[in-house]
Structure formats: C-alpha cells, structure tokens
Ligand binder design. Structure first.
Ligand code: SAM
Length: 262
C-alpha cells in the first residue's frame, strides 16, 4: 500500500488504529461525511429502523427490552438512534445499549454527546473500553442484538471478532454490521475510487491537518472483503445468514450484513 501498513506487525497495527481514532475523535463527523459523501447519516437511520429495536421479532420478552451490544460504538451514533427508536417508535423504555470501543477518546466523546440525550442517566446506556476480539467482560449468550457500524474493517482479526460476536449472542440473537463495501456499478466505481483515493486524503489534510489518518481509512475500505466474502466469514463463525446475506446501500458504497445465531 502507499503507506506500507502490511509490513507493520499485527500487534502494532492495533495501536495504529488506536492512534487514527484518537486523532480523529473530534473531527469524527466531518470525517464520516467526507468518507460517505454525507450519506452515512441516512444509512445509519436505515440500519436502525430496519433492526427495529424494542419490538419483538427477536422474541425478547417486551417487559425486559433488548440487550444491545454496539461494538466499535465510538461516539454513540448507533446507540442513541437505537434508544430513540425503541422509545419513540416502539414505546419501549427498557431496551438498553452497551457501547464498547477500544479507544478511550472516542468513548469520552460519546459520553460527552450522551449528555445532550435523555439517556445519560437513564441506566439504559453504558460505555465500556473493550477490544472486539476479546470481550471477556461480556458473558456467553447474554446479548439479543450485536451491532457494529463502520468498525469491523479496522479490526486486526475479524474472524476472531465474529466468533466473539457469536459467543456473546443468545440463540436467536442477531449480528448486524453496517460497513463500507464494494461498489457494484463499474462507472460509478471509477468515480468513487478517484474521489476516495485523491480527494479524501487531501481534504483530511486541509480540514483536519491529518492526511495519514484519512489515507489509512481509505485503504482500510479498499482492503475490506467483498459482500460475498464477508457473508462467508459470517457463516464460518457459525451464523445462519438470511436470504443472500446482505443489503447494498447506495450502489454498494456500504452494505448491511446480518447473521442469526441458531
Ligand atoms: N460505530 C461508530 C459510527 O458508526 O459512527 C464509530 C465508527 S469509527 C469509524 C470506528 C471505531 O472502531 C473507532 O471508534 C475505533 O476506536 C473502533 N475500533 C477499532 N478497532 C477496534 C477493536 N478492535 N475493538 C473495538 N473497537 C475498535
């Protein structure tokens, strides 16, 4: 790659990822807007609406609400949407979300943002510093819904993280992942590649003064497996995959993958 990350040993790569997100924690929304041409907010809305937290397709007794684990939950984007949806759409005041992230700065930003929501002191929101590959603090079969949005492509050992997801979910529990993926239209793919490889690092430099972090993020998208490959990784971890296994968003710029623990 341009920056030779492959030559860096895996254990160093984790600290590299940590560094990237420490340096972008505050300019995080700006970064996402550039990476997704501003559409990530709509994708996240769609992701949450579609999972419909607080209703009953997961057979969770309504009185208890859902126990959701949002991995790589960073600044709380998905968690706040989940709680909003459960409360306002499904009239469910019990569903709760644990936001887990490897990076304390991202968690601190999430906690700060949570103060502007009704959930800060509700007992429905918790922040935990954790590596998705080692969720030792989360008991087996304790989670109803595991979400990971724009996180898994940064994990050093994705298969291990998938096996941890499988372990912590209860039978019938759902794994749901929103991630940048492979564009499925050749013409648009050329435009998109040009945009991401030339414009994003430049904008990163100009807006955040941090070219390397933005370059890393573009490359991590490029290296992430295709929709089919990732679906097969989910299956290999033991999940049953509904339908073809994923939904493309905006011509495959992003995709939602799901797996159910049998
Ligand atoms: N889910 C949030 C969202 O959609 O806005 C944040 C996504 S952010 C692009 C990626 C997050 O993954 C960062 O907060 C980073 O610290 C976290 N991360 C990277 N590697 C991780 C790991 N091994 N375990 C847990 N979190 C990790």
């Amino acid at each position: 790659t341009h920056f030779g990350f492959e030559t860096i040993p895996e254990y160093l790569k984790e600290s590299k990822v940590r560094g990237v997100f420490s340096s972008v924690a505050e300019s995080y929304d700006t970064m996402n807007d550039f990476m997704s041409l501003g559409i990530h907010r709509l994708w996240k809305d769609h992701f949450v609406r579609n999972l419909n937290p607080g209703t009953n397709p997961l057979q969770v007794p309504q009185a208890k609400g859902w126990n959701i684990l949002d991995i790589a939950g960073g600044t709380g984007d998905i968690a706040f949407r989940m709680l909003d949806h459960a409360s306002t759409v499904n009239n469910d005041p019990h569903t709760r979300v644990t936001v887990a992230d490897i990076n304390p700065e991202m968690l601190a930003e999430g906690k700060k943002r949570s103060l502007a929501t009704p959930y800060a002191r509700s007992g429905r929101l918790a922040f935990v510093e954790a590596n998705a590959e080692h969720l030792d603090m989360i008991p087996d079969a304790s989670v109803d819904l595991y979400t990971v949005a724009f996180g898994i492509r940064n994990f050093t050992d994705k298969d291990r993280a998938l096996r941890e997801a499988f372990r912590v979910l209860r039978p019938g529990g759902v794994f749901a992942c929103l991630e940048f993926s492979k564009v499925n239209n050749a013409v648009f793919n050329t435009v998109y590649k040009n945009w991401s490889f030339s414009a994003i690092p430049l904008i990163g430099q100009l807006v955040a003064g941090d070219r390397d972090s933005y370059q890393y993020l573009v490359e991590s998208i490029e290296k992430f497996p295709s929709q089919e490959e990732f679906r097969d990784m989910i299956k290999a971890a033991g999940f049953v995959v509904p339908g073809k296994g994923w939904e493309d968003l905006t011509m495959g710029i992003a995709a939602i993958h799901k797996g159910v623990k049998p």
